[in-house]
Design a protein around this ligand. Structure first.
Ligand code: NCD
Length: 311
């Protein structure tokens, strides 16, 4: 495995890099299950999260991952920072770097910001979601969860359902799932698909009822209303009746099939409350695995030359 400086995109990893992180995650799941889920691996390193957009899971998950590795953490929140006084992104990043940080975890509403930050700093940069573009650690935790429950992604059929157009999760997931040998069908109304799917290794369907019995995983996306500048749907009720994973639809899934969602869920819109709580739903498992996956990512970026402590 060649040294990895930043994690900006799934394409940075390739299938080998992805497999390596999934294998490494196994060790950190084991650490997370210990009575004291903490190892000294990144003692003396500092990880800062620079979040220009809301987050619950991703922010807490990175923070918890850094702490379990004994790194120091700093949190930057736009609402309480000098950004409110007009400080630019570049000055903000330079200020943070001057304090001596080893990794910067960036979330921003504009695509490409993590790449920009990576050019300005010597620290490692991790993309925690940039606009509609990419969310690589979400895709890695999704792959890990599927592998944990189904053994492997090879020849598995995964349906990604809903608001693909605005979804950075879908863009990273499609790359990661297919790199690991799965086939992907996007299921969405034409208005919620990207304008061009050239280069996407997927098939498209507009008939969820037809797709459900054929898949190993149904991955439901959030309806990202905050990103919609125009009216793309006649009504949410109509969306739910055609593309929502209702309890009746979920009965069409085969017995081994998994239900996934990146969170936050709009229960009753894209997924029925009772479906989110079915035994086949691995939504809280995704969150739990997210911490171990981010430990693996931080270890890969910052822990080169270090031994992973066992026992
Ligand atoms: C996603 C995000 O912010 O991209 N959430 C997450 O990180 N788990 C998905 C979403 O907001 O719909």
């Amino acid at each position: 495995m060649t040294a990895l400086k930043h994690l900006l995109s799934i394409a940075d990893l390739g299938p080998g890099g992805l497999e390596d992180l999934l294998d490494l995650t196994d060790s950190f799941v084991e650490v997370s299950e210990r009575r004291i889920p903490k190892v000294p691996t990144l003692r003396g390193k500092t990880v800062v999260s620079l979040f220009y957009e809301e987050s619950t899971r991703t922010r807490l998950s990175f923070e918890s991952a850094a702490k379990r590795l004994s790194a120091d953490t700093m949190n930057f929140t736009v609402g309480t920072s000098s950004v409110k006084k007009g400080e630019s992104l570049r000055d903000t990043v330079t200020t943070i770097e001057a304090m001596g940080v080893d990794a910067i975890v960036v979330r921003h509403a504009s695509a490409g910001v993590p790449w920009q930050v990576a050019q300005w700093v010597g620290a490692s940069v991790i993309n925690a979601g940039d606009g509609w573009h990419e969310h690589p650690t979400q895709a890695i935790l999704d792959c890990y969860t599927i592998r944990q429950r189904l053994g492997s992604l090879v020849d598995r059929h995964i349906a990604i359902v809903g608001d693909v157009k605005h979804s950075r999760v879908a863009r990273s997931d499609v790359q990661a799932f297919t790199a690991l040998g799965a086939t992907v069908t996007l299921v969405a109304p034409p208005t919620l698909l990207p304008p061009s799917l050239v280069g996407w290794p997927v098939t498209v369907s507009h008939d969820l009822d037809d797709v459900l019995p054929k898949v190993d995983v149904v991955y439901v996306l959030r309806m990202q209303r905050e990103r919609m500048t125009e009216s793309l749907l006649p009504s949410l009720r109509e969306y739910t009746s055609t593309y929502g994973l209702t309890a009746e639809r979920a009965r069409k899934l085969s017995q081994h099939a998994l239900v996934m969602h990146p969170g936050p869920m709009n229960r009753g819109v894209e997924i029925a409350a009772e479906v989110a709580d079915l035994p086949s739903s691995v939504i809280t498992r995704q969150v739990a695995n997210g911490v171990a996956v981010r430990m693996a990512v931080l270890f890969r970026l910052l822990g080169s030359g270090m031994e992973l402590a066992h026992g």
